[in-house]
Write a protein that binds this ligand. Structure first.
Ligand code: DMJ
Length: 599
């Protein structure tokens, strides 16, 4: 007995010494969620307790920026109502019921998860070595570039991925660096509202939501107040670019005449969550008025239910344009409607609009934008196209253009999420077909990756579609220069690049979590191998010039979304499905998870 006790005491002390010596758990320490690792069971428990102990969180205090954005004297102060709605009391279940018994992290999935982590670690190590505190690493030259105001975009964008992958030492090292960022200075005179919101504010909020570290909250509030200064305009609509020094002076900013709809439409989640974590409704109120403008006009546009790609916040005109897409320029405006409903619920009048807006745009896009492509195997898949509404003898006539792009691939996941949120099977099935459309596009090209922008042949009848060789031959003849080397069914690859984008794996991830169908996890692995193979460089991963041919050149370009989104989604597909459960988090458009508050 005494021997057993002595052995246990020695083992316990050994673990404690290791912990104290390292101050922080090693990179191989498990996340708080069960993950296979090299640590013994007893060690895991102690480490988990250690990580749960507030004293173990390193004492990092945020340095105040050289300008305090909460001191701006607004010429046009935004309204402070409506107030933030109370937390949602009951939400429908989103994730498939994996069940602790039926789901097992098999050795195969574990190897895949580790392989994704290995690729991430390589990119992260190069960023640390060659581009630390810069916005992005250049993956061929090992140089760096500042394109998002010079506040270390990749560092902030990667925080939550570090956390999820259990890289706690790197995470806290990054937090210590983030705590010193000076949001009072910018490398550019005008600050991009959209990018700053989704990458910096989104990244900081998510890292705070996961770790609870106060330094992250302090920095999130600084960026939030910077962006809030973008609402200091005559009509209280946000600017697209914040004139940095003018914004500090508070005299009022000029709202641009025409902007892409994604810009004013992609603030709701970040501002609402910031209000939730600070208890200050001002952010929620400001953005709620912007979305009122969209809501009040949703059925007055040329394609009722959707908004044109270009809008004027200066004139509060969100109806006049004639081009409609859920792809680039508009994408995340639509993405944020079901997600705002998930975060805020419908109990209060100011948040009830999000469910209505969601269902309305989903019905309109199903009827006007999604098409079944004609493909040799007659697969029942959907692709999201574009729609122009042209006046034809006085009647506005929608015309579907079967052109799509990588950016549109997020829509499958969003429809699946909408299917669960609104308990609508048709949305879910449509989401699955859209996700399969993107998987199909990846599989079709010799590199295993789909191009940035392409066209496909349209099925004349969505229900009954058969491959027509004659039609293909005549299409091919019309567009000889595009089609010659393309897979059957693809009539252009207008932009043949792959720039490390996440949208296809994003939808595959969501479909896996919602349906539990193995086809999605298998597709994810094929996609990962193709992407890792084509983009690998001595430093990290780079954009590819042409995915329609094997061995194409790479470009010296790796945006922060590679580590923030693409690798995170790949990792989460192979991880325990409770890690960032969709019943606990809603992800912003940069894949940053925001905690869903519970009543
Ligand atoms: C990301 O910054 C975001 O996902 C955004 O919504 C769209 N573009 C990139 C990724 O492709």
């Amino acid at each position: 007995m005494a021997r057993i006790l002595r052995t246990r005491t020695i083992a316990f002390c050994a673990v404690l010494i290791v912990l104290l010596y390292h101050f922080l758990p090693s990179e191989n320490a498990p996340s708080l969620l069960p993950q296979a690792d090299t640590v013994s069971r007893a060690g895991t428990q102690i480490l988990a307790q250690y990580m749960n102990n507030a004293n173990a969180i390193p004492h990092i205090v945020a340095t105040k920026s050289s300008f305090l954005w909460n001191t701006v004297k607004f010429t046009y102060p935004p309204e402070l109502t409506p107030k933030l709605p109370p937390p949602v009391s009951n939400r429908p279940r989103i994730q498939h019921d994996f069940g602790r018994e039926s789901y097992s992290v098999t050795a195969v999935q574990e190897r895949r998860r580790e392989e994704v982590k290995r690729v991430f670690e390589k990119s992260w190590a190069s960023y640390k070595k060659h581009a630390w505190m810069k916005d992005a690493l250049k993956p061929l030259s090992g140089q760096y570039v500042d394109q998002f105001s010079g506040w270390a975009a990749t560092l902030v964008d990667s925080l939550d991925t570090l956390w999820m992958m259990g890289m706690r030492r790197d995470f806290y090292e990054a937090v210590a660096a983030v705590a010193t960022i000076d949001f009072g200075k910018s490398t550019s005179g005008s600050v991009n509202m959209f990018e700053t919101c989704i990458r910096y504010l989104g990244g900081l909020i998510a890292a705070y939501d996961l770790s609870g570290h106060e330094a992250l909250k302090a920095k999130a509030v600084e960026v939030g107040d910077l962006l809030y200064a973008g609402f200091n305009t005559e009509n209280r609509m946000p600017v697209d670019f914040i004139a940095f020094e003018d914004a500090k002076a508070g005299g009022g900013l000029y709202v641009e005449d025409t902007v892409v709809s994604a810009s004013p439409g992609t603030i709701t989640l970040e501002f609402s969550r910031l209000s939730q974590i600070t208890g200050d409704s001002k952010y929620y109120a400001a953005v709620s008025h912007v979305m009122d403008t969209f809501s009040e006009n949703q059925n007055k546009t040329k394609l009722p239910g959707m908004w044109p790609m270009h809008v004027s916040m200066r004139r509060k005109d969100v109806v006049s344009g004639y081009q409609f897409t859920i792809g680039g320029n508009a994408d995340s405006m639509y993405e944020y409607l079901p997600k705002a409903h998930a975060l805020l619920g419908s109990a209060s009048p100011s948040s009830a609009k999000y469910a209505i807006m969601s269902r309305t745009f989903m019905d309109t896009s199903m009827n006007n934008l999604f098409f079944r492509p004609m493909v040799p195997g007659n697969e029942d898949i959907l692709i999201s196209g574009n729609c122009d509404v042209i006046d034809y003898e006085g009647t506005p006539t929608p015309r579907l253009d079967p052109e799509s792009e990588h950016l549109s691939c997020f829509i499958g996941g969003l429809f699946a999420l909408g299917g669960r949120l609104f308990e609508n099977e048709a949305y879910l099935q449509t989401g699955a077909k859209l996700a399969r459309g993107c998987i199909y596009a990846y599989k079709s090209f010799p590199t295993g990756i789909m191009p940035e922008r392409y066209n496909m042949m349209l099925c004349p009848d969505i229900k009954n579609c058969k491959w027509d060789e004659e039609q293909w031959v005549s299409e091919r003849a019309k567009r000889k220069e595009w089609v010659e080397h393309l897979p059957k069914g693809f009539t252009t690859a207008k932009d043949p690049r792959y720039i490390l984008r996440p949208e296809a794996i994003e939808s595959v991830f969501v479909l896996w979590r919602i349906t539990g169908r193995d086809e999605f996890r298998e597709a994810a692995w094929d996609m990962f191998q193709a992407v890792a193979n084509a983009t690998d460089t001595p430093f990290a991963n780079a954009a590819v010039s042409d995915v329609t041919v094997v061995g194409s050149q790479q470009q010296d370009y790796m945006e922060s979304f590679w580590m923030a989104e693409t690798l995170k989604y790949f990792y989460l597909v192979f991880a325990d499905p409770e890690l960032i459960s969709l019943d606990e988090f809603v992800l912003n458009t940069e894949a940053h998870p925001f905690r869903l508050p519970k009543a």
